[in-house]
Design a protein around this ligand. Structure first.
Ligand SMILES: *Cc1c(COP(=O)(O)O)cnc(C)c1O
Length: 388
């Protein structure tokens, strides 16, 4: 079997002429940053998810940092998150000097297990950062119940789940704060970008402060003169540009059609993979509607008699851009040096050992999906790269 001409990536943006036009229009406008597009983009995201406020940041990681600041997380606090996520979900707590506590995942949803979260709460716990891994919403109502009981702040990492639904409501209206990322592989893109949505005016004000140096224009001392502003806390320059916001507003219009297309492609994958021995397709809780950011399968290597590494390499050799999401965060040397040991979250580690992400993005064709599955079958049979 010959390889594909070019690599089919695991995820990719979809930019059309309308998006390009929006950016060019902004380039010709008086504002390249902190202009009218920022507010419009924030409004579009807040309205879409059903939240009162939205604050745009330069990227999702900066947005998570801002949310940790707004939540008042400080040194000595503990923050609970999942190990099956991108490192930023944990790193944001470290930026504030807090300690990260990893709770294990649920074996069916691959999201953080609310029961394990509850068992890890101590007098130092300040916040929970659940992640909607692959776009499948975490069990946010159970997590909010636990948080209310112990007066914890919940920052939902929705980097994968813009447009996804939990019990009929869009992700973004349930947690204290929710982060969305607009990196190119995410549901819609601003190249780099992040947004925090919240219903709390207090968090909203703090997020805006943190995004721009801790500077406020509130006229505390108007008698000083029109030029006067104050820096009231140590903030950062985490602002999004107007170019990015213009692209974001244009992309938001396409979110529903992108989501629909992802769901169609997933239905094809699931149908074609359902009788492949040793392959477990991702499942979904009945009351959730996943955004399908990623399509991650589990490979039972006892059945396939091929290791995940062999299958990964065979697929890559055929130009199928398979990937693995994610290496347990506490396995990284940085966290290892802080004292985290292997075996901490056994279900997460088991997940990682068997996980393989197949390409999934709106611009893929039905034939692309059929080709990926065909080549996966060949890899399992070890006929990759040999003529049939
Ligand atoms: C992408 C991602 C982030 C970080 O977002 P950036 O915009 O890349 O900074 C955080 N958490 C998860 C789960 C992500 O996938």
């Amino acid at each position: 079997m010959s390889k594909r001409e070019t690599m089919l990536p695991y995820g990719q943006q979809w930019i059309d002429d309308e998006d390009i036009e929006a950016v060019i229009t902004t380039l010709r406008s008086p504002y390249l940053t902190t202009g009218p597009n920022i507010g419009q983009f924030e409004e579009a995201v807040a309205t879409y998810v059903g939240a009162k406020y939205a604050v745009a940041f330069s990227n999702g990681t900066a947005a998570l940092h801002g949310a940790c600041y707004a939540a008042g997380i400080t040194a000595g606090d503990e923050v609970i998150t999942t190990p099956i996520t991108f490192a930023a979900s944990a790193n944001c707590a470290r930026y504030m000097g807090a300690d990260v506590v990893f709770a294990d995942i649920d074996k069916d949803t691959y999201n953080i297990d609310p029961v394990d979260v509850a068992s890890k709460i101590t007098s130092r716990t300040k916040a929970i950062i659940p992640v909607d891994f692959t776009g499948q919403p975490c069990q946010i109502d159970l997590i909010m119940d636990i948080a209310r009981e112990h007066q914890l702040v919940v920052i939902q990492d929705g980097a994968h789940s813009l447009g996804a639904e939990y019990k009929g409501a869009k992700i973004g209206s349930q947690a204290d704060m929710t982060m969305f990322s607009f990196h190119p592989v995410k549901p819609v893109t601003t190249a780099e970008g992040g947004v925090i949505v919240t219903n709390s005016e207090q968090y909203y004000e703090k997020l805006k402060l943190f995004r721009s140096h801790g500077i406020t224009h509130t006229p505390y001392a108007k008698e000083q003169g029109e030029w006067y502003y104050e820096m009231v806390d140590l903030g950062y320059n985490y602002r999004m540009t107007d170019l990015q916001a213009a692209l974001g507003s244009s992309q938001m219009k396409k979110l529903d059609s992108f989501m629909k297309r992802r769901r169609q492609l997933v239905a094809i994958y699931t149908e074609l993979l359902k009788d492949v021995p040793g392959i477990q397709v991702p499942s979904q809780l009945a009351d959730t509607n996943s955004g399908w950011h990623l399509y991650s399968i589990q490979i039972n290597q006892e059945v396939t008699k091929k290791s995940r590494k062999q299958i990964f390499e065979a697929m890559r050799a055929a130009n199928i851009g398979v990937h693995v999401h994610y290496i347990p965060v506490y396995w990284f040397p940085y966290y290892e040096q802080l004292g985290y040991e292997r075996g901490l979250c056994p279900i997460a580690e088991q997940w990682y050992a068997q996980a393989l992400t197949l390409p999934l993005y709106p611009k893929m064709t039905d034939e692309d999906v059929q080709d990926v599955v065909h080549r996966l079958r060949m890899a399992l049979l070890d006929r990759m790269n040999t003529d049939e």
